[in-house]
Design a binder for this molecule. Structure first.
Ligand code: ARG
Length: 460
């Protein structure tokens, strides 16, 4: 039986079932590097506070380096008896350096230690997610440039609405992922605050130089209230919320790719390398990547809701409930990263069926608004122009034709102000070119948006 660090107060050993139940080592071992780095910085502060002698500090620092290497190489068995990564590392340190190791937890608590590790971990992951997002945005820009001349139907209510450029559609996603990236950056600012020195809840009783630790560990500031510092998990909730929003965007894109790849739409063909078949139906080619991304979105939302629920009734300060925070965040990190990577691959390798997109834009009177606008230019108030155009569309629906298939004579029956030039006015190209407003789908506006996005990415 391994002796517990807290055994002094107890007369009976922990039941094995509680050891199993309470241990977090299976998942928080992921934090070993952060825990060691944090411990090293804390040792430095203890040295400055004269709790450790120089020789003790040197012993501790070199043992920590060795422990880190040994864990990384799988040479050490981390145990449930020591509950979590913090206690495991402290025990290893004590085993290796004896009395000096026993001093490392002076004025420190696992409560400030765990949240320090967690913030360091999250900091790195945010940077990594941001860089994957950057790659994703780069691809969106590249595809938008490539498809700048492809027209497609734009939809509202999933009903054909007005023609747009495919690149305009893709750049809409660029905007979403740019905002996601900004959100992660803002989150990083709130993550990067040092809690260590807050100890269990009231602040450490030793002369610990918190600013020194912050500098050592790359934190941009130190927490201002010890009770808050050990019990705040807002940063994790904020991160999960940013992940959820980003996943929601990915899921919308996934949904569109799934639809576009159907026989009914035929707007795209997904690459064989990123599609799957059926075990029974030989003809099937399924968009599993996009479906998995859509499905995994629910999983990330689940972590956000779990985290909000875990925290909602916790009195100050630390409560063990908070141990549940890590799996939520780890799972979200392990989900969002491959989702971004896979969606980028799926998008990049899809073949665009530009002819189908264009002909879909030509069916369904998508330039009806342009016709109403044409009448407005001829001096008819918009509401009346809308009414006249509605009647023309009704006629098209009844006769199975489209606006551009009506002759000038047909048009005249509805309004004598319509002349020959109406046909030029109602083409897909003319409709798109007319949306020449900042943020509109006209080619030069989309090209401008692409240029701006490129500049933006250079700075990111
Ligand atoms: N494993 C714990 C967690 O993840 C570390 C903090 C434990 N603190 C305590 N007072 N039991 O939250």
């Amino acid at each position: 039986m391994t002796k517990k660090a807290w055994s002094g107060r107890f007369s009976a050993p922990t039941d094995q079932s509680l050891e199993e139940f309470g241990s977090s080592i299976e998942f928080d071992k992921r934090l070993f590097r952060e825990d060691i780095e944090g411990t090293r910085a804390y040792a430095k502060a203890l040295l400055k506070a004269k709790v450790l002698k120089q020789t003790e500090y040197t012993q501790i620092a070199s043992a920590l380096t060795k422990i880190e290497k040994d864990i990384a190489e799988g040479k050490i068995k981390l145990t449930k008896q020591h509950e979590d990564i913090h206690m495991n590392i402290e025990m290893l340190l004590t085993d290796r350096v004896g009395e000096a190791g026993k001093k490392i937890h002076t004025g420190r608590s696992r409560n400030d230690q765990v949240v320090t590790d967690f913030r360091m971990y999250l900091r790195e992951e945010i940077i990594s997610i941001k860089s994957i997002l950057k790659q994703f945005r780069k691809t969106l820009i590249k595809l938008s440039e490539e498809y700048i001349d492809i027209a497609m139907p734009g939809y509202t209510h999933m009903q054909k609405a007005q023609p747009v450029l495919l690149s305009h559609h893709l750049m809409a996603y660029y905007r979403m992922f740019k905002r996601d990236s900004q959100r992660f950056l803002e989150c990083l600012e709130r993550v990067n605050v040092l809690p260590l020195g807050s100890a269990a809840l009231a602040g450490t009783g030793y002369n610990i130089d918190r600013k020194l630790i912050a500098k050592e560990l790359g934190f941009s500031s130190v927490s201002k209230n010890s009770l808050d510092a050990v019990s705040d998990r807002d940063f994790a909730i904020e991160f999960l919320s940013d992940c959820s929003i980003c996943m929601m965007h990915l899921s919308r894109l996934a949904e569109e790719l799934i639809l576009w790849a159907t026989a009914e739409f035929k707007f795209i063909e997904l690459a064989d390398e990123f599609s799957t078949g059926s075990s029974i139906m030989p003809q099937k080619k399924n968009p599993d990547v996009a479906e998995l991304v859509r499905g995994k979105t629910g999983r990330v939302y689940g972590s956000l809701v779990a985290m909000l629920t875990i925290m909602k009734a916790l009195p100050l300060a630390y409560n063990r409930d908070m141990q549940e925070d890590k799996e939520c965040v780890f799972d979200a990190v392990d989900t969002i990263k491959p989702c971004l990577v896979m969606m980028e691959k799926l998008l990049k390798t899809a073949t665009i069926k530009d002819v189908n997109m264009f002909s879909a834009a030509e069916k369904g009177c998508l330039t009806a608004t342009d016709l109403a606008d044409y009448l407005v230019r001829k001096g008819i108030p918009f509401r009346s122009a809308h009414e006249i155009t509605g009647k023309i569309v009704k006629h098209c629906v009844e006769t199975g034709r489209d606006l551009f298939q009506l002759s000038s004579k047909d048009y005249k029956k509805f309004c004598d102000k319509i002349t020959e030039d109406v046909h030029d006015h109602l083409t897909i190209e003319a409709s798109i070119a007319r949306r020449n407003v900042i943020g509109g789908t006209a080619k030069n506006q989309v090209a401008l948006a692409i240029r701006e996005a490129k500049e933006d990415l250079k700075r990111a």
